[in-house]
Design a protein around this ligand. Structure first.
Ligand code: NDP
Ligand code: GDR
Length: 325
């Protein structure tokens, strides 16, 4: 019998890569999808025939319970979130409801429907915020700097609390930024690669950005979903940092992207206060050695390869008359 997995957030960047990965492992894959007035299945349409999509919403406890009863999964991957940091300042309550309380709703549904289900929570390096230690690892104290980061800290601790209170196989992956050609256009890597491609093709003349000094540990989403799966294959639930161990500034990102297409970024990048944040996370760099030792996980795509992969994909998209969704 094939194993069954339920993915919340299957229409997102990570959900689409994880669904592909699990299908390749022979899983029967279920995805929770919320009702929207326009269908947004563009990241999963190439595999939609192989997926079982179930309506539900992280804000609606009953829908989560029904979804679990319907698909009877052995594994649940909770990737659903209001995941854009900047939006969390303008929609802090909504962000808390989905990204924090949503985790409790799902864990509680699991506890009642089938406490043997293995649970993965998408925790984030944003929890480290104003970092207390460099590099950050599983034991580094949290100091979140946005309503999103605060919500993720709640989600992280409620996962640990349900593990300890009810003996659930509940695991948190503390993932550092990971990107891909399927990254949402509002995140800085994709915003840069998409606009560099547009500038190269004569479809845009400038790129407006916020803080160029912040540093991130950027990896490839395709590598990171493999780590999620590995975590749930362990006998014991635990928490793991997933990172490349390298950090780059936004300015370096911009420089690598423009120079790949033989352009000088100084000619095109304009700093714009609209993209500055009320509080910034200045430096993230993760120590993924525990994941290396216990899971045998290592990243395979380098920073430069990642940016080039994203630019190549954006050039192809634009040349074929498409646009970022
Ligand atoms: P995306 O923003 O691309 O995807 C978020 C997903 O959550 C979408 O499928 C979205 O559905 C769904 N969602 C949002 N609200 C609800 C709701 N109320 N009910 C049901 N589904 C909902 O995020 P990523 O794929 O990049 O990230 C996946 C997870 O990992 C998120 O929890 C994110 O916070 C976390 N994370 C991401 C990192 C990264 O660098 N990418 C790093 C660390 C953590 P819809 O399509 O309908 O909007
Ligand atoms: P982040 O990703 O906040 O780290 O959260 P994002 O790409 O939005 O920002 C990274 C850094 O770039 C700076 N920046 C800009 N960011 C955006 N989006 N747009 C701009 O124009 C811009 N200019 C500069 C930001 O200030 C920031 O310092 C992502 C999300 O996927 C979270 O869900 C996840 O938890 C974390 O990564 C790990």
């Amino acid at each position: 019998m094939a194993k069954r997995a339920l993915i919340t957030g299957i229409t997102g960047q990570d959900g689409s890569y994880l669904a592909e990965f699990l299908l390749n492992q022979g899983y029967e894959v279920f995805g929770l999808v919320r009702r929207t007035s326009t269908v947004n299945f563009n990241r999963i349409e190439h595999i939609q025939g192989k997926l079982n999509l179930i309506p539900g919403d992280m804000l609606d406890q009953t829908s989560l319970q029904l979804a679990l009863q319907e698909c009877q999964p052995q594994e649940v991957y909770n990737l659903a979130a209001q995941s854009f940091v900047q939006t969390s300042w303008t929609q802090p309550v909504f962000t808390g409801d989905v990204t924090a309380l949503g985790v409790t709703r799902l864990l509680d549904a699991i506890r009642h429907v089938d406490p043997t289900i293995r649970f993965y929570q998408a925790s984030s390096s944003e929890m480290f915020g104003k970092v207390r230690e460099v590099p950050q690892r599983e034991t580094t104290p949290f100091y979140p700097r946005s309503p999103y980061g605060v919500a993720k800290v709640y989600g992280h601790w409620i996962t640990i609390n349900y593990r300890e209170s009810y003996d659930l196989h509940a695991t948190s992956g503390i993932l550092f930024n990971h990107e891909s050609p399927r990254r949402g256009i509002e995140f800085v890597t994709r915003k840069v690669t998409y606009n560099v491609a547009k500038i190269k093709l004569g479809m845009a003349s400038e790129l407006r950005l916020g803080n160029l000094d912040s540093r991130r540990d950027w990896g490839f989403a395709g590598d990171y979903v493999r780590a999620m799966w590995l975590m749930l294959q362990q006998d014991k639930p635990d928490d793991y940092v997933i990172a490349t161990g390298e950090t780059h500034s936004v300015e370096e990102l911009v420089s690598v992207a423009f120079s790949y297409l033989d352009l000088d970024w100084h000619d095109f990048v304009v700093q714009d206060a609209r993209f500055m944040r009320p509080a910034e996370v200045d430096l993230l760099v993760g120590d993924g050695s525990k994941a290396g030792e216990n899971l045998g996980w290592e990243p395979e795509v380098s920073f430069t390869e990642l940016i080039r992969m994203m630019i190549d994909a954006d050039l192809e998209l634009l040349k074929s008359g498409g646009h970022a969704q």
